[in-house]
Write a protein that binds this ligand. Sequence first.
Ligand code: AMP
Ligand code: GLY
Length: 421
Amino acid sequence: MKFLVVGSGGREHAIALQLAKSERVEEVIVAPGNGGITGTKITTIAISEQEHQNLADLAREKHVDYAIVGPEVPLLAGLADVLEEAGVPTLGPSQKAALIEGSKDFAKQFMKKYAIPTAEFQTFTDYETAKAYLDKQGAPIVIKADGLAAGKGVVVAETMEIATIALKDMLLEDKFSKAGEHKVVIEEFLSGEEFSLMAFVNGEAVYPMEIAQDHKRAYEGDKGPNTGGMGAYSPVRHIDSSLVDTAVRTVLEKTALGLVQEGRPFKGILYAGLIATEEGPKVIEFNARFGDPETQVVLPRLESDFASLVADLLDGKVPDVRFKTEGTTLGVVLASSGYPGDYETGKPLKRLADLTDEVHVFHAGTKAEKDGAFVSNGGRVLLLQTEAESMNAARAKLYKEMEKLDDPNFFYRMDIGTREE
Ligand code: AMP
Ligand code: GLY
């Protein structure tokens, strides 16, 4: 089999490596990939995720059997539709189905209609009305800009002052949206453990993966601004498996069925960001794709053949989805100093070559220099990942290697996985 993987982050690196493990896979083409995405059977090609027609042409020329689209932006722009029209079965939803991620307002209205458990909410476009609602609800409260904002359009406000500033930023300024298109969702603050539940979905058929826990805030102790994710681990044993089963039924299965009923059948990875509240699991967000960095800790735990799984799912067969039950997989992100705000790129990753094979490196924002060394080229630079029999052992092993990357140009969180110890 030949696969095309679209995207350029650590997630796509993990997808490509997992595909390449399969004996049935002859080649994995990653477009555009990044300097660090290399390996046997893996080739990268410099076609960006916006070049839909070029990607479809490439897939046909290279006789690609299946495509996997990693990021949300091309999905929301309709890349899966273009690939499917070109006859390439694609793991990634249509533009219509991807709206479950693309619009928080759509997702909230959808959940209300299909009685999918989520935080109470209201949507506003007018500042005065929104402010009146805010005053009535009080803090803590959550303010979300509608539309994609790479995790940055959400403010969890502990105080009314913070909430009011966020509301002004989102409704009166153009910080989070194009001019004139202001919409916010104000929602109830949910307290409880957060976890990520992803599933392989084709229409009504839902095949869940092991759960993972991401660490979204930039700094230790869950302080600082929201990021794309600073580290993750899987499985999450302190979250009850019966609660996860409930989430599969009340969230994933209902969502897949609801999307079919709405005429937006979903084919791809459905990701539910959930909070385990006292009343059971509730949705805080949906993504229409694999999570990043969750994928880097979940996919390597797959015991069944990933390529066959994807092929079967897309061919409408029942895929074999089995995960390791033993051990823990941990991943820690190395980010550029300043991320998720402004940061500089082109900083050398001096000791990358000194890392032992105790850890795996997933490249996200890196660039290969002529001499084979790597420099930084993004906010999230790379992720180190390892597996061990316990979280304690995994943390010891991983942070020992991570130390080799200590450098004022970069930072990472020391507390990834500590909730599981
Ligand atoms: P989102 O982009 O919707 O995933 O939100 C980013 C982060 O904000 C989430 O990962 C949560 O940690 C937090 N968050 C979002 N919505 C809520 C909520 N209703 N209650 C508590 N925390 C939330
Ligand atoms: N790690 C969260 C996300 O992929 O959206």
